[in-house]
Design a protein around this ligand. Sequence first.
Ligand code: PMP
Length: 425
Amino acid sequence: MKKKYYKKHKEYIFPCVANYYEEPLVLEKAEGKYMTDVEGNEYLDFFGGILTVSIGHCKPAITEKVVNQMKTLQHCSTLYQNKPALDYAEKLAQITPGKLQKSFFTNSGSEANETAVVLAQLATGREEIITLRHAYSGASTITMAMTAHSHYRLGVNLGMFKYAHNAYCYRCAFGKKYPDCDLECARDVEELIKTTTRGKIAAFFAEPIQGVGGFITPPKEYFKEVEKIIRKYGGLFICDEVQTGWGRTGSKMFGIEHYGVEPDIMTFAKGAANGLPIGGTIAIPEVADKFTGAHISTFGGNPVSTAAALATVEFIEENNIPENCQIVGDYLREKLAELQEKYPVIGEVRGMGLMQALEIVKEKKEPDAGTVVRIFEETKKRGLLIGKGGLYGNVIRISPPMTVDKRDVEEAIKILDAAFESVFR
Ligand code: PMP
Protein backbone atom coordinates (compact mmCIF):
# COMPACT_ATOMS: atom_id res chain seq x y z
CA MET A 1 0.00 0.00 0.00
CA LYS A 2 2.49 2.62 1.11
CA LYS A 3 4.91 1.76 -1.69
CA LYS A 4 2.32 2.95 -4.23
CA TYR A 5 2.27 6.36 -2.52
CA TYR A 6 6.05 6.57 -2.21
CA LYS A 7 6.22 6.09 -5.96
CA LYS A 8 3.71 8.88 -6.62
CA HIS A 9 5.55 11.12 -4.16
CA LYS A 10 8.82 10.62 -6.02
CA GLU A 11 7.32 11.01 -9.47
CA TYR A 12 4.93 13.91 -9.01
CA ILE A 13 5.99 16.07 -6.04
CA PHE A 14 8.85 18.57 -5.63
CA PRO A 15 11.61 16.92 -3.61
CA CYS A 16 11.44 19.59 -0.87
CA VAL A 17 8.13 18.12 0.35
CA ALA A 18 7.71 15.56 3.16
CA ASN A 19 11.36 14.94 3.97
CA TYR A 20 11.02 14.58 7.75
CA TYR A 21 11.59 10.84 7.76
CA GLU A 22 13.60 8.34 5.73
CA GLU A 23 10.35 7.37 4.03
CA PRO A 24 7.59 10.00 3.76
CA LEU A 25 4.73 9.54 6.18
CA VAL A 26 1.52 9.29 4.15
CA LEU A 27 -1.46 10.15 6.34
CA GLU A 28 -5.03 9.19 5.72
CA LYS A 29 -7.15 10.43 8.62
CA ALA A 30 -7.06 12.09 12.01
CA GLU A 31 -9.23 12.66 15.03
CA GLY A 32 -8.48 14.69 18.13
CA LYS A 33 -4.83 14.13 19.04
CA TYR A 34 -4.29 11.12 16.82
CA MET A 35 -3.38 10.71 13.14
CA THR A 36 -3.49 7.51 11.11
CA ASP A 37 -1.35 6.63 8.10
CA VAL A 38 -2.40 4.73 4.97
CA GLU A 39 -1.40 1.44 6.58
CA GLY A 40 -3.54 2.00 9.66
CA ASN A 41 -0.68 2.95 12.04
CA GLU A 42 -1.75 5.47 14.66
CA TYR A 43 0.35 8.39 15.88
CA LEU A 44 -0.03 10.69 18.85
CA ASP A 45 0.39 14.10 17.25
CA PHE A 46 2.72 16.32 19.27
CA PHE A 47 3.46 18.78 16.48
CA GLY A 48 -0.08 19.62 15.30
CA GLY A 49 0.84 20.03 11.62
CA ILE A 50 3.36 22.73 12.65
CA LEU A 51 1.38 24.35 15.52
CA THR A 52 -1.70 24.56 13.31
CA VAL A 53 -4.16 22.05 14.67
CA SER A 54 -4.91 24.21 17.70
CA ILE A 55 -7.74 22.30 19.31
CA GLY A 56 -7.59 18.80 17.81
CA HIS A 57 -8.01 17.22 14.40
CA CYS A 58 -11.38 17.25 12.65
CA LYS A 59 -13.00 18.87 15.68
CA PRO A 60 -16.80 18.60 15.32
CA ALA A 61 -17.28 22.10 16.82
CA ILE A 62 -15.36 23.51 13.86
CA THR A 63 -16.27 21.03 11.13
CA GLU A 64 -20.01 21.55 11.56
CA LYS A 65 -19.68 25.31 11.22
CA VAL A 66 -17.42 24.93 8.18
CA VAL A 67 -19.83 22.53 6.47
CA ASN A 68 -22.77 24.86 7.19
CA GLN A 69 -20.83 27.79 5.80
CA MET A 70 -19.93 25.77 2.68
CA LYS A 71 -23.64 25.22 2.12
CA THR A 72 -24.50 28.89 2.65
CA LEU A 73 -21.80 31.08 1.11
CA GLN A 74 -18.42 29.70 0.12
CA HIS A 75 -16.73 32.47 -1.78
CA CYS A 76 -17.17 36.10 -2.68
CA SER A 77 -13.60 37.63 -2.89
CA THR A 78 -12.44 40.87 -1.28
CA LEU A 79 -14.54 42.83 -3.78
CA TYR A 80 -17.43 42.27 -1.34
CA GLN A 81 -17.75 41.73 2.38
CA ASN A 82 -19.19 38.74 4.21
CA LYS A 83 -20.54 38.20 7.73
CA PRO A 84 -18.02 35.67 9.13
CA ALA A 85 -15.07 37.87 8.03
CA LEU A 86 -16.57 40.95 9.69
CA ASP A 87 -17.49 39.08 12.88
CA TYR A 88 -13.99 37.59 13.03
CA ALA A 89 -12.34 40.98 12.47
CA GLU A 90 -14.38 42.41 15.35
CA LYS A 91 -13.39 39.51 17.60
CA LEU A 92 -9.71 40.04 16.74
CA ALA A 93 -9.93 43.70 17.68
CA GLN A 94 -11.29 42.63 21.08
CA ILE A 95 -8.69 39.97 21.90
CA THR A 96 -5.45 41.27 20.40
CA PRO A 97 -3.15 43.42 22.55
CA GLY A 98 -3.30 47.20 22.84
CA LYS A 99 -4.96 49.21 20.11
CA LEU A 100 -4.73 46.65 17.31
CA GLN A 101 -8.02 46.97 15.49
CA LYS A 102 -8.16 46.74 11.69
CA SER A 103 -7.38 43.57 9.79
CA PHE A 104 -6.50 42.40 6.29
CA PHE A 105 -7.00 38.69 5.64
CA THR A 106 -4.89 36.43 3.44
CA ASN A 107 -4.32 32.69 3.09
CA SER A 108 -0.99 32.11 4.79
CA GLY A 109 1.60 33.43 7.18
CA SER A 110 3.89 34.40 4.31
CA GLU A 111 1.24 36.68 2.83
CA ALA A 112 0.36 38.08 6.26
CA ASN A 113 4.00 39.02 6.78
CA GLU A 114 4.33 40.52 3.29
CA THR A 115 1.26 42.61 4.02
CA ALA A 116 2.83 43.78 7.28
CA VAL A 117 6.01 44.83 5.48
CA VAL A 118 4.11 46.76 2.81
CA LEU A 119 1.89 48.38 5.44
CA ALA A 120 4.87 49.49 7.55
CA GLN A 121 6.46 51.00 4.45
CA LEU A 122 3.26 52.76 3.39
CA ALA A 123 2.63 54.06 6.91
CA THR A 124 6.13 55.40 7.54
CA GLY A 125 7.24 56.29 4.01
CA ARG A 126 10.44 54.40 4.81
CA GLU A 127 11.84 51.18 3.53
CA GLU A 128 14.31 49.56 5.90
CA ILE A 129 13.24 46.88 8.36
CA ILE A 130 15.13 45.24 11.21
CA THR A 131 14.55 41.51 11.47
CA LEU A 132 16.24 38.89 13.62
CA ARG A 133 18.79 36.24 12.84
CA HIS A 134 17.37 32.72 13.06
CA ALA A 135 13.90 34.07 12.15
CA TYR A 136 11.59 32.27 9.75
CA SER A 137 9.06 34.51 8.03
CA GLY A 138 7.73 32.55 5.06
CA ALA A 139 8.25 31.09 1.61
CA SER A 140 7.41 34.03 -0.65
CA THR A 141 10.17 36.16 -2.15
CA ILE A 142 10.04 38.91 0.47
CA THR A 143 9.50 36.64 3.45
CA MET A 144 12.30 34.31 2.30
CA ALA A 145 14.57 37.33 2.31
CA MET A 146 13.42 38.22 5.83
CA THR A 147 14.18 34.68 6.93
CA ALA A 148 17.62 34.50 8.49
CA HIS A 149 18.43 30.82 7.88
CA SER A 150 20.58 30.16 4.81
CA HIS A 151 18.78 26.83 4.55
CA TYR A 152 15.42 28.49 3.67
CA ARG A 153 16.60 31.49 1.68
CA LEU A 154 17.08 29.66 -1.62
CA GLY A 155 19.03 32.42 -3.30
CA VAL A 156 16.80 35.36 -2.37
CA ASN A 157 18.30 38.57 -1.04
CA LEU A 158 16.80 42.02 -0.61
CA GLY A 159 18.70 45.01 0.77
CA MET A 160 15.85 46.43 2.82
CA PHE A 161 16.21 43.90 5.66
CA LYS A 162 18.89 44.25 8.34
CA TYR A 163 19.44 41.27 10.59
CA ALA A 164 19.99 41.87 14.30
CA HIS A 165 21.39 39.23 16.64
CA ASN A 166 18.56 37.34 18.27
CA ALA A 167 18.26 36.78 22.01
CA TYR A 168 19.62 33.24 21.89
CA CYS A 169 20.95 32.93 25.41
CA TYR A 170 22.12 29.33 24.99
CA ARG A 171 24.44 30.51 22.20
CA CYS A 172 24.89 34.19 23.01
CA ALA A 173 26.43 36.02 20.06
CA PHE A 174 28.26 38.23 22.55
CA GLY A 175 29.59 35.39 24.70
CA LYS A 176 27.66 36.70 27.70
CA LYS A 177 25.35 35.14 30.27
CA TYR A 178 21.86 36.36 31.17
CA PRO A 179 21.08 38.27 33.43
CA ASP A 180 24.58 39.79 33.71
CA CYS A 181 24.68 40.49 29.96
CA ASP A 182 22.96 43.87 30.24
CA LEU A 183 20.84 42.70 27.26
CA GLU A 184 23.61 43.42 24.84
CA CYS A 185 21.70 41.76 21.98
CA ALA A 186 18.81 44.20 22.42
CA ARG A 187 21.08 47.21 22.75
CA ASP A 188 23.01 46.17 19.64
CA VAL A 189 19.91 46.97 17.57
CA GLU A 190 20.80 50.66 17.92
CA GLU A 191 24.28 50.04 16.54
CA LEU A 192 22.71 48.10 13.66
CA ILE A 193 20.39 51.01 12.84
CA LYS A 194 23.20 53.55 13.04
CA THR A 195 25.60 51.57 10.88
CA THR A 196 23.52 49.74 8.29
CA THR A 197 20.43 51.89 7.64
CA ARG A 198 19.75 55.47 6.63
CA GLY A 199 19.07 56.10 10.31
CA LYS A 200 15.32 56.03 9.83
CA ILE A 201 13.62 52.67 9.84
CA ALA A 202 10.15 51.53 8.86
CA ALA A 203 9.91 48.79 11.46
CA PHE A 204 11.31 46.08 13.65
CA PHE A 205 9.88 42.66 12.89
CA ALA A 206 10.07 39.67 15.24
CA GLU A 207 8.47 36.46 16.44
CA PRO A 208 8.03 36.55 20.25
CA ILE A 209 9.48 33.03 20.32
CA GLN A 210 11.36 32.01 17.19
CA GLY A 211 9.48 28.98 15.92
CA VAL A 212 11.42 27.39 13.07
CA GLY A 213 14.55 28.78 14.76
CA GLY A 214 13.99 26.18 17.48
CA PHE A 215 11.67 27.87 19.99
CA ILE A 216 14.32 30.42 20.92
CA THR A 217 12.79 32.29 23.84
CA PRO A 218 14.11 35.77 24.66
CA PRO A 219 14.47 36.96 28.26
CA LYS A 220 11.45 38.83 29.63
CA GLU A 221 13.00 42.32 29.33
CA TYR A 222 14.25 41.87 25.76
CA PHE A 223 11.40 43.28 23.66
CA LYS A 224 10.82 46.30 25.89
CA GLU A 225 14.48 47.20 25.50
CA VAL A 226 14.33 46.80 21.72
CA GLU A 227 11.05 48.71 21.54
CA LYS A 228 12.66 51.78 23.16
CA ILE A 229 15.31 51.84 20.45
CA ILE A 230 12.84 51.23 17.64
CA ARG A 231 10.59 54.08 18.79
CA LYS A 232 13.60 56.40 19.07
CA TYR A 233 14.30 55.86 15.37
CA GLY A 234 10.65 56.22 14.37
CA GLY A 235 10.02 52.58 13.52
CA LEU A 236 6.90 50.48 14.04
CA PHE A 237 6.90 47.31 16.15
CA ILE A 238 5.67 44.29 14.17
CA CYS A 239 5.08 41.02 15.86
CA ASP A 240 4.71 37.69 14.06
CA GLU A 241 2.35 35.53 16.11
CA VAL A 242 2.07 32.83 13.45
CA GLN A 243 3.39 30.20 15.88
CA THR A 244 2.90 31.87 19.25
CA GLY A 245 -0.75 32.92 18.98
CA TRP A 246 -4.04 31.65 20.42
CA GLY A 247 -2.86 30.76 23.91
CA ARG A 248 0.00 28.51 22.86
CA THR A 249 2.54 30.19 25.17
CA GLY A 250 0.34 29.80 28.27
CA SER A 251 -1.94 32.13 30.25
CA LYS A 252 -2.02 34.84 27.56
CA MET A 253 -3.67 34.80 24.15
CA PHE A 254 -0.56 36.07 22.32
CA GLY A 255 3.16 35.55 22.88
CA ILE A 256 4.07 39.23 22.88
CA GLU A 257 1.79 39.80 25.89
CA HIS A 258 4.40 38.10 28.08
CA TYR A 259 6.78 40.91 27.17
CA GLY A 260 4.58 43.93 27.91
CA VAL A 261 4.91 45.46 24.43
CA GLU A 262 1.94 46.67 22.40
CA PRO A 263 2.68 46.05 18.73
CA ASP A 264 1.60 48.43 15.97
CA ILE A 265 1.13 45.53 13.56
CA MET A 266 0.66 41.84 14.30
CA THR A 267 0.45 38.88 11.95
CA PHE A 268 -1.13 35.48 12.45
CA ALA A 269 -1.88 32.31 10.43
CA LYS A 270 -1.31 28.60 11.16
CA GLY A 271 -3.45 27.75 14.22
CA ALA A 272 -6.01 30.52 13.70
CA ALA A 273 -8.55 28.32 11.91
CA ASN A 274 -7.48 24.93 13.36
CA GLY A 275 -6.12 23.74 10.01
CA LEU A 276 -8.04 25.70 7.39
CA PRO A 277 -5.88 28.12 5.39
CA ILE A 278 -5.93 31.64 6.75
CA GLY A 279 -3.51 34.46 7.38
CA GLY A 280 -4.05 37.93 8.70
CA THR A 281 -2.43 41.24 9.48
CA ILE A 282 -3.96 43.44 12.17
CA ALA A 283 -2.81 46.99 12.89
CA ILE A 284 -3.60 50.00 15.00
CA PRO A 285 -6.02 52.30 13.13
CA GLU A 286 -3.49 55.12 12.46
CA VAL A 287 -1.27 52.60 10.68
CA ALA A 288 -3.97 50.46 9.02
CA ASP A 289 -5.62 53.54 7.56
CA LYS A 290 -2.50 54.20 5.49
CA PHE A 291 -3.19 51.06 3.46
CA THR A 292 -5.29 52.72 0.76
CA GLY A 293 -5.28 52.00 -2.96
CA ALA A 294 -5.86 48.79 -4.84
CA HIS A 295 -4.98 45.57 -3.09
CA ILE A 296 -6.74 42.24 -3.48
CA SER A 297 -6.58 38.77 -2.02
CA THR A 298 -8.98 36.55 -3.93
CA PHE A 299 -9.38 33.99 -1.16
CA GLY A 300 -8.30 36.17 1.76
CA GLY A 301 -11.08 36.54 4.31
CA ASN A 302 -13.25 33.97 2.55
CA PRO A 303 -16.35 33.04 4.55
CA VAL A 304 -15.32 29.42 5.10
CA SER A 305 -11.88 30.12 6.56
CA THR A 306 -13.11 33.01 8.66
CA ALA A 307 -16.07 30.96 9.96
CA ALA A 308 -13.55 28.28 10.99
CA ALA A 309 -11.30 30.90 12.59
CA LEU A 310 -14.18 32.45 14.50
CA ALA A 311 -15.30 29.01 15.75
CA THR A 312 -11.71 28.21 16.76
CA VAL A 313 -11.17 31.38 18.75
CA GLU A 314 -14.56 30.99 20.42
CA PHE A 315 -13.62 27.47 21.46
CA ILE A 316 -10.28 28.75 22.76
CA GLU A 317 -12.01 31.39 24.86
CA GLU A 318 -14.85 29.22 26.12
CA ASN A 319 -12.51 26.42 27.20
CA ASN A 320 -9.80 28.67 28.63
CA ILE A 321 -7.19 27.11 26.39
CA PRO A 322 -4.41 29.59 27.38
CA GLU A 323 -4.75 28.30 30.96
CA ASN A 324 -4.58 24.69 29.76
CA CYS A 325 -1.40 25.53 27.84
CA GLN A 326 0.08 26.94 31.04
CA ILE A 327 -0.83 23.99 33.28
CA VAL A 328 -0.13 21.16 30.84
CA GLY A 329 2.86 23.08 29.41
CA ASP A 330 4.43 23.36 32.87
CA TYR A 331 3.95 19.64 33.34
CA LEU A 332 5.50 18.91 29.95
CA ARG A 333 8.43 21.18 30.83
CA GLU A 334 8.98 19.33 34.11
CA LYS A 335 8.99 15.97 32.34
CA LEU A 336 11.37 17.23 29.63
CA ALA A 337 13.71 18.51 32.35
CA GLU A 338 13.72 14.99 33.82
CA LEU A 339 14.68 13.61 30.40
CA GLN A 340 17.48 16.19 30.25
CA GLU A 341 18.91 14.81 33.50
CA LYS A 342 18.88 11.33 32.04
CA TYR A 343 20.30 12.17 28.60
CA PRO A 344 23.23 14.63 28.47
CA VAL A 345 22.65 15.15 24.72
CA ILE A 346 19.75 17.41 25.71
CA GLY A 347 21.68 20.65 26.03
CA GLU A 348 18.73 22.90 26.73
CA VAL A 349 14.99 22.67 27.37
CA ARG A 350 13.24 25.92 26.46
CA GLY A 351 9.97 27.49 25.43
CA MET A 352 6.72 28.58 27.02
CA GLY A 353 3.42 26.82 27.56
CA LEU A 354 2.77 24.09 25.01
CA MET A 355 5.66 25.25 22.86
CA GLN A 356 8.70 23.43 24.23
CA ALA A 357 11.97 22.44 22.61
CA LEU A 358 15.00 20.27 23.26
CA GLU A 359 18.30 21.41 21.78
CA ILE A 360 20.40 18.33 21.07
CA VAL A 361 24.18 18.70 21.35
CA LYS A 362 27.44 16.81 21.51
CA GLU A 363 30.25 17.94 23.78
CA LYS A 364 30.86 21.69 24.01
CA LYS A 365 27.39 22.42 22.66
CA GLU A 366 28.26 21.20 19.17
CA PRO A 367 24.90 20.83 17.36
CA ASP A 368 23.93 17.18 16.91
CA ALA A 369 21.50 16.95 14.00
CA GLY A 370 22.33 13.27 13.47
CA THR A 371 20.86 12.29 16.82
CA VAL A 372 17.68 14.23 16.03
CA VAL A 373 17.27 12.25 12.79
CA ARG A 374 17.60 8.99 14.73
CA ILE A 375 15.19 10.12 17.45
CA PHE A 376 12.69 10.96 14.71
CA GLU A 377 12.81 7.46 13.26
CA GLU A 378 12.49 5.91 16.72
CA THR A 379 9.54 8.10 17.78
CA LYS A 380 7.76 7.47 14.49
CA LYS A 381 8.23 3.73 14.93
CA ARG A 382 6.64 4.02 18.39
CA GLY A 383 3.72 6.19 17.26
CA LEU A 384 4.67 9.77 18.15
CA LEU A 385 4.94 12.78 15.85
CA ILE A 386 7.25 15.63 16.90
CA GLY A 387 8.83 18.58 15.11
CA LYS A 388 12.32 19.60 14.07
CA GLY A 389 13.90 23.03 14.03
CA GLY A 390 16.94 25.20 14.62
CA LEU A 391 19.50 26.68 12.26
CA TYR A 392 21.50 23.46 12.61
CA GLY A 393 18.53 21.06 12.51
CA ASN A 394 19.40 19.94 16.04
CA VAL A 395 16.26 21.04 17.90
CA ILE A 396 13.25 18.87 18.69
CA ARG A 397 10.06 20.93 18.78
CA ILE A 398 7.08 19.80 20.82
CA SER A 399 3.77 21.60 20.28
CA PRO A 400 0.71 19.36 20.47
CA PRO A 401 -2.87 20.51 19.96
CA MET A 402 -3.55 22.85 22.88
CA THR A 403 -6.32 20.58 24.18
CA VAL A 404 -3.95 17.83 25.37
CA ASP A 405 -3.92 16.83 29.03
CA LYS A 406 -1.31 15.47 31.43
CA ARG A 407 -2.00 11.88 30.42
CA ASP A 408 -1.20 12.71 26.80
CA VAL A 409 2.05 14.30 27.96
CA GLU A 410 2.90 11.13 29.90
CA GLU A 411 2.25 9.02 26.79
CA ALA A 412 4.48 11.27 24.67
CA ILE A 413 7.25 11.36 27.28
CA LYS A 414 7.21 7.57 27.56
CA ILE A 415 7.76 7.28 23.81
CA LEU A 416 10.43 10.00 23.77
CA ASP A 417 12.24 8.31 26.65
CA ALA A 418 12.14 4.96 24.85
CA ALA A 419 13.43 6.63 21.67
CA PHE A 420 16.38 8.24 23.47
CA GLU A 421 17.04 4.99 25.29
CA SER A 422 17.16 3.05 22.02
CA VAL A 423 19.54 5.57 20.41
CA PHE A 424 21.89 5.71 23.40
CA ARG A 425 21.61 2.16 24.64
N1 PMP B 1 5.90 33.16 10.25
C1 PMP B 1 6.25 32.15 11.07
C2 PMP B 1 6.73 32.49 12.45
C3 PMP B 1 6.17 30.83 10.66
O1 PMP B 1 6.53 29.86 11.46
C4 PMP B 1 5.69 30.56 9.35
C5 PMP B 1 5.55 29.13 8.84
N2 PMP B 1 6.37 28.21 9.39
C6 PMP B 1 5.35 31.63 8.53
C7 PMP B 1 5.45 32.91 9.02
C8 PMP B 1 4.84 31.40 7.15
O2 PMP B 1 3.59 30.85 7.17
P1 PMP B 1 2.99 30.06 5.89
O3 PMP B 1 3.75 28.76 5.80
O4 PMP B 1 1.55 29.87 6.27
O5 PMP B 1 3.17 30.91 4.73
